[in-house]
Design a binder for this molecule. Structure first.
Ligand code: NCD
Ligand code: ZN
Ligand code: ZN
Ligand code: ZN
Length: 345
């Protein structure tokens, strides 16, 4: 049995407010604990989005009341109205900007607005971006011009990670994350999975997957699930299927499997899923918090019924090695062998 720190997922969508039929703080944090995560960073592309202090505060307060683990929310920003930024910057731990079109986000950004954001968002707090393809150099240029940290979410392609690696060698304060689905699936899986294999950025080719694995020991700072639950009914709608796949419960089993195959060390896993996100986002340390792992146990995913409200996973049926036995959060056993502890109120 192995003991590692509670994991941090710095990119999840918990759908509160406005998408509670997909996920809510109760179901999302139950899925987190069942997946070995004790700390989450939740995204602001809710309905309405978390672009004002009032909406951000309301979501944050509800997460603190209803969540089974710690949740911190990103603030969002509306391209047409930057007036809330300075107030949000005093409260929210990080800001998320969507440069590309994705679920619930389809704004155009010009350089002037990005410059204004880079200046008004506090220098000590991360500016995270959904940037794909030609928007990656744009995101990097914001870090270069304003000498301020920029974090690039869910990097999926060889060219993209190579541009980020070059920026890092240049000494720029650019960090990035990759998702398990971009590490374990390709376009061929997207064909097999249909809408259940559709997300932004889209699944890429084997050469892209190989490039991500090659950079996992160096310029990739963290693995984040981009847990993006949508109901099966919504996903299977031929006209309006939304992009996104759940990931809170599959991330650790997949990565423990990679450890068992020698593709990743347990030490690097803990850096990517604990130490680096904590450091980059300046998250508070959780005292007496750890996981118990059996690195050798084998099962077919999912070992237990999924806790995410959406109830499906693109990884169903995968053979995985390594098993989460127990989660202890601030000295209390909150999860053991498929069971969540009773809520204490
Ligand atoms: C995310 C969602 O559903 O909120 N979807 C996705 O495909 N990744 C949005 C996002 O992270 O871009
Ligand atoms: Zn995104
Ligand atoms: Zn996302
Ligand atoms: Zn064992």
């Amino acid at each position: 049995m192995l003991r590692i720190p509670g994991l941090i997922d710095a990119h999840v969508h918990l759908r509160v407010p406005g998408g509670e039929h997909k996920e809510d703080f109760g179901s999302g944090t139950a899925a987190a604990l069942a997946g070995g995560f004790t700390q989450l960073m939740a995204m602001p592309n809710t309905r309405p989005p978390l672009t004002t202090l009032a909406s951000w505060r309301e979501a944050q307060a509800r997460a603190e009341r209803e969540g089974l683990c710690d949740v911190a929310h990103f603030a969002g920003v509306d391209a047409g109205d930057l007036s809330h930024l300075s107030e949000l910057g005093r409260h929210a731990p990080a800001l998320k900007v969507y440069l590309d079109e994705t679920y619930n986000q389809s704004q155009g950004w010009d350089r002037t607005a990005l410059d204004r954001i880079a200046v008004s968002w506090p220098r000590g707090k991360v500016l995270a971006m959904h940037a794909e393809g030609e928007n990656i150099p744009l995101a990097i240029s914001v870090a270069r011009k304003h000498k301020r940290p920029v974090h690039i979410c869910h990097v999926s392609r060889k060219e993209d990670i190579e541009r980020i690696a070059a920026a890092r060698r240049e000494g720029l304060p650019v960090t990035c994350e990759v998702t398990p689905h971009h590490l374990f699936l390709t376009r061929a899986d997207a064909d097999r999975l249909g809408p259940l294999g559709d997300m932004r950025p889209r699944l890429a080719d084997q050469r892209d997957v190989d490039a991500l694995w090659e950079h996992l020991g160096t310029y990739i700072d963290m693995i984040a699930s981009d847990h993006a639950p949508h109901t099966l009914e919504e996903k299977q709608d031929p006209v309006s299927s939304p992009p996104g796949v759940p990931g809170l419960e599959s991330t650790l089993p997949l990565l423990l499997t990679a450890v068992s195959q020698g593709r990743l060390t347990m030490e690097r896993l803990v850096e990517l899923l604990h130490a680096n996100p904590a450091c980059i986002y300046g998250l508070p340390r959780q005292a007496d918090t750890w996981l118990e792992i059996d690195p050798h146990a084998r099962c077919t995913f999912p070992e237990y019924p999924l806790r995410t409200k959406c109830g499906w996973s693109p990884f169903n049926g995968m053979h995985v090695v390594g098993r989460l036995r127990k989660v202890v959060l601030r000295g209390r056993t909150v999860y053991a062998d498929g069971q969540l502890a009773e809520l204490q109120t």
